[in-house]
Design a protein around this ligand. Sequence first.
Ligand SMILES: [Zn+2]
Length: 334
Amino acid sequence: MTFENLLSEIKKILKSVDSLKSLNEKKLEILSGKWSILNKLTKELSEKGEGERKNLGIEINKLKDEVEQLITKKEQELFHKEDTKEEWFDATLPVKKTKIGHLSPDTQVIRMMNEFFKYHGYSIAEGPDIELDLYNFEKTNLPKDHPARDLQDTIYIESPEILLRTHTSSVETRILSTHKPPLRFVVPGVSFRNEIINPSNHAIFQQYQGVCVDENISMANLKATLEEFAKFLYGEDTKTRFRTKYYPEVEPGAGMDILCTFCKGEGCRICKMRGWIEILGSGMIHRNLLEKCGLDYHKWSGFAFGMGLDRIIMTKFNISDIRSLHGGSLVFVE
Ligand SMILES: [Zn+2]
């Protein structure tokens, strides 16, 4: 078959095609199947002498270009035809609103809490995730030989001095070491522990910490502030109670519970039959901590509290897998 014959044959095929679908089928035949110019002619090429081969090669390339151009042209024609055939476009219709994203659930909950504390005169504070042992342990009343340190499954960057902070109390000690009271601030931020990751456990925790240091701060201030906060979070009729608890950085320490909102204290699956749900840990800042941060504990006193946010976020947004909080494709029901 000569080049001319081949070309007119291909043109005939293309002319008979009337849809993009059948063009795609023919295209395959033309380029690599029955009508494949390359297949046919490269075979011929291998049988020729060197001089002839060179000329023939040039001819083949020319023909190939021509066929490709014909196919592209046909493609555009058909595309345009099919595009305008069925759709009817009304330029006066209002544009459909598309949702292009939202703030992450963490951010929404943190901003909501920040509003409460900003209203009560607190500043929002931040600190480094990669922290020195000094601020994370030493100054939070957890010296090297303290038994509570064994409880912390810490991720070290450079053992024993540089680590991923295990709590946001590291920001508390940083600020108390560098600023003069009176001080009131909250610290939203992540902490890290060496945990096995599964649907209900993660090595990254979202925490929220609050600190208030001034003259004559007492347990009464702590209670008043946190009871207000619980009402803000869970509603005006929320009932709270405080239980004695041990945390190394405070003395005395108190865990705050709210009356279970599901069973009203009767006991249910959510509160594990206790009737109460613990929502945060708190206490009067330990005098050792104040002293290590360079503050005179005869003059200054204060309270601190800390809470994990992951549970609150998951309940609020109906998220069942904790891992999705730190993934890239979090979908939740508004
Ligand atoms: Zn309950």
